[in-house]
Design a protein around this ligand. Structure first.
Ligand code: AMP
Length: 546
């Protein structure tokens, strides 16, 4: 029997319509460096309509890809709403990749238009020779009529350059938003891909809508109209974890850092705009913490700081507790929109008992089903102890990559995450490592994440990264690279003793190096691939201990 319910699609258009009318007076606030600029959601909706009209005039009349090359700001939010709602596909380009890589991605996606922030024009100029499909460049973030330095080389045969504000000035304030199929593409994002070419993930209107509701759930972050949300995670990385869509849907104020993401600027923005919720990778929160410790700063407006993208050090969470701010760990991937789980402890579990839950990668969302697999794909028990590869499925999990087969990643309707860990009966997942980062020593597994966590708990260690390196006797052994706090002097012997308090002795690294900074990927995670290459090339001054 079929249901009697209406088949009304879940779309970005409905997020925009609801959020910008019900909460018309709510604002998107953008940091300008000297202060902030504010725009109401009603105004954002009018400008989104103008943007859609302008794109239509440029020839966007179907599912063409409209790329963005932008920071987190009000104009990027306008593109987030307008492009999918007009039936086109928003493609957020990661500005931190190399020009050739960005060009590969833009060409693979067949980008037709790109909207670029004026401050990123010189970078885009280096990309365009690698991106022949782009026919229109729209420069945002400068007043109408004002020349943009460095914009000359953007125009070329078959490619026109336009001003965002000039295009919007032509109006009108309304657009005949089509009724789009909820299963059609709304936006796309390429994985940061540590091997091979980056792979495209295409989000549907339905998946974006459902995912936007995720953070609003009480079991997650309970976003509501009463919140002021500061998404620090870039809008070019998995839709800024979907938070701009969530904020509009629930009527929260959105606070955008634009390009001012240095710790001092972040603390100033937090003090002046008083966000209640913020989100970003652990490195960002480490920077903010260091700044507050060194120079002071009031971050008490934050009821929750969401950290994810890589394991969140226990020491970082404890340090924020001391500031009166709860840091909540979340796990996810580009392929999972990205939210997969949130580490909020079960009801009634507090204090010391809450730590095993807070330190985990979190409890799975209702829409994300997971299983563990072992050798040969055998399904393993979810008893909180058995360790295997985590596989997931769900309505906001991708079932394929765009135009790229990857049978290694998808099988029997499940996505292989490449993350190794356990799942307990209550749906909490604990990740011991990426499958390619676990260290296999004498046939036994060592978790690089566990060693890093224990090292970063040392008061004199700012960052620590551990990789497996070849060893004649054991096959592989851990190599630890540490960044020591300014002015501190810690011997590797001492760090080994410190580690011995929390991990078995046979897991203690014998090879150590002091470095200035752990190399990071384009989205701010530790780049172990860079470290492995540097180690193989003999670039580390390795100290042998033990
Ligand atoms: P990306 O697609 O670039 O967002 O990367 C996804 C990967 O980041 C996951 O497969 C995990 O390996 C890692 N990751 C994300 N969140 C966490 C977390 N809370 N703890 C450990 N690893 C994480």
């Amino acid at each position: 029997m079929r249901s009697t319910m209406m088949d009304v699609p879940l779309t970005v258009t409905s997020i925009m319509r609801y959020g910008t009318t019900t909460f018309r007076g709510k604002e998107v606030v953008t940091n300008t460096g000297e202060g902030v600029r504010r725009r109401t959601y009603a105004e954002v909706a009018r400008r989104a309509a103008r943007l859609a009209n302008a794109l239509r005039r440029l020839g966007v009349d179907g599912d063409q890809r409209v790329a963005t090359f932008m920071w987190n700001n009000a104009e990027h939010l306008e593109a987030y709403l307008a492009v999918p709602s007009m039936g086109a596909v928003l493609h957020t380009l990661n500005i931190r990749l190399s020009p050739a890589q960005i060009g590969y991605i833009a060409t693979h996606a067949d980008d037709f238009v790109v909207i670029v922030d004026a401050s990123l024009v010189p970078l885009l100029a280096e990309v365009l020779p690698h991106a022949p499909t782009i026919r229109h460049v729209i420069i945002a973030g400068t007043p109408a009529g004002e020349p943009v330095p460095g914009a000359g080389p953007l125009a070329g045969p078959g490619r026109e350059v336009h001003g965002y504000e000039e295009l919007l000035a032509a109006g009108p304030d309304s657009f005949g938003w089509p009724e789009v199929d909820e299963k059609s593409a709304a936006s796309m994002c390429y994985t940061s891909g540590t091997t091979g070419h980056p792979k495209g993930v295409v989000y549907s209107h339905r998946s974006v809508y459902l995912h936007a509701m995720g953070p609003c759930l009480g079991n997650a972050f309970g976003f509501s109209e009463r919140d002021r949300v500061l998404p620090v995670v870039p809008m070019f990385h998995v839709n800024s974890w979907g938070f701009p869509f969530s904020a509009v849907l629930c009527g929260a104020t959105t606070i955008m850092p634009d390009r001012h993401m240095q710790p001092a600027a972040m603390v100033r923005l937090i003090e002046s705009e008083r966000p209640t919720v913020a989100a970003g990778v652990p490195t960002i929160w480490q920077g903010v913490l260091e700044h507050v410790r060194a120079h002071g700063g009031d971050v008490s407006s934050l009821r929750v700081v969401i950290a994810g993208g890589s394991a969140v050090p226990h020491s970082l969470m404890k340090a924020y507790d001391e500031l009166g701010v709860t840091l909540v760990q979340a796990w996810g991937m580009t392929e999972t929109s990205p939210l997969g789980s949130v580490a909020v402890p079960p009801a009634g579990v507090t204090g010391a008992e809450a730590w095993p839950y807070r330190d985990s990668a979190g409890r799975l969302f209702c829409t994300v089903q997971a299983r563990l697999t072992g050798d040969g794909g055998a399904v393993l028990p979810q008893d909180g102890e058995t360790v295997g590869e985590i596989e997931v499925r769900g309505p906001w999990v991708t079932g394929a990559y765009y135009k790229d087969d990857d049978p290694q990643k998808f099988h029997d309707g499940w996505l292989r995450t490449g993350d190794v860990g356990s799942i307990d009966e209550g749906g909490f997942i604990r990740i011991s490592d990426r499958s390619k980062d676990v260290i296999k020593s004498g046939g036994e597994w060592i978790s690089s994440v566990e060693l890093e966590n224990a090292l970063m708990a040392h008061p004199d260690i700012l960052e620590a990264a551990v990789i497996g390196v070849p060893d004649d006797k054991w096959g592989e052994r851990p190599f630890a690279a540490v960044v020591v706090r300014d002015g501190a002097d810690v011997l590797a012997e001492h760090l080994r003793d410190h580690l011995a308090a929390s991990v078995p002795r046979w897991q203690l690294p014998e090879r150590w190096a002091y470095i200035d900074e752990v190399p990071k990927t384009s989205v701010g995670k530790f780049s172990k691939r860079t470290m492995r290459e540097a180690y193989a090339n003999g670039e580390y001054k390795v100290i042998q201990v033990g």
